[in-house]
Design a protein around this ligand. Structure first.
Ligand code: SF4
Ligand code: SF4
Length: 236
């Protein structure tokens, strides 16, 4: 089977609206929207540390009845799966998502849980532990569908902790390789968020300051999406 048609684990996170099928990805584990934000050199670097994939049907979440070697303890609740934390969203990615009308109901749930800064939306509380993941409705991600068997509503833009999550599939080396890939993706997200903020005139001193108001933050994020594209086209 060629790489483009391998069935792989999608990380925490099935595609919203798709039920009871294996998920088939078109390339690695990179969220497709990141292909437009990242420069070719960054994409090549990510390709080099791409982990081995594993077939998992997230519609029948493995962690509801976990067996063998797993990353988290479980069992997870079916309606939560592994989406029990609030993810960081980089400024440019957030700017892109703000133009999606179908997500208009999400923001009043997500924004109170994050600090809106020039780098993006930074979670106010740390993620859940391996013992608590998948268990508590209060930890539910704002982007998870509200249904008995939910998927991710921002699947194409899911950030690095989501793209690099794998619940089972191998031993120490397998989990380490996914961790390495996640760290590389996270660095790429973070570095581009800094570049965009500096391009907009922020400095190391104020890059993590919280915007005074929602309107100011949203205006910046919309601009950040454009700035990220400009930075990429300039580097060609
Ligand atoms: S815990 Fe595993 S099987 Fe369940 S949704 Fe997450 S990645 Fe998929
Ligand atoms: S963004 Fe939320 S719903 Fe989507 S994969 Fe990440 S944790 Fe799950």
């Amino acid at each position: 089977m060629d790489r483009a048609h391998r069935v792989v684990c999608l990380g925490p996170r099935s595609i919203a609206g798709v039920k009871n099928v294996y998920r088939v990805r078109v390339s690695a584990s990179l969220p497709s929207s990141y292909l437009k934000w990242f420069r070719a050199g960054v994409l090549a670097e990510l390709k080099q540390v791409e982990p081995e994939t594993v077939g998992l049907d997230c519609a029948r979440c493995f962690m509801v009845t976990p067996r063998g070697r797993t990353r988290d303890l479980g069992p997870f609740r079916q309606e939560l799966k592994c989406c029990t934390f609030t993810p960081y969203l980089p400024s440019y990615s957030l700017g892109g998502l703000l133009s999606h009308e179908e997500l208009s109901d999400v923001w009043e749930d997500y924004f109170p849980k994050v600090r809106l800064t020039p780098l993006g939306a930074l979670p106010r509380v740390p993620g859940t532990s391996i013992c608590e993941a998948g268990r508590h409705a209060a930890d539910r991600c704002a982007f998870l569908e509200k249904s008995e068997n939910p998927g991710c509503r921002i699947f194409d833009s899911r950030p690095s902790p989501c793209s690099s999550y794998v619940c089972t599939g191998g031993g120490d080396e397998f989990f380490k390789s996914w961790q390495r890939w996640g760290e590389t993706l996270s660095s790429a997200e973070w570095e581009l968020a800094h570049e965009v903020a500096f391009e907009a005139g922020y400095t190391f001193d104020d890059v993590e300051m919280e915007f005074a108001g929602m309107d100011e933050a949203i205006a910046f994020y919309r601009r950040a999406a454009t700035l990220a594209l400009e930075l990429r086209s300039r580097s060609r």
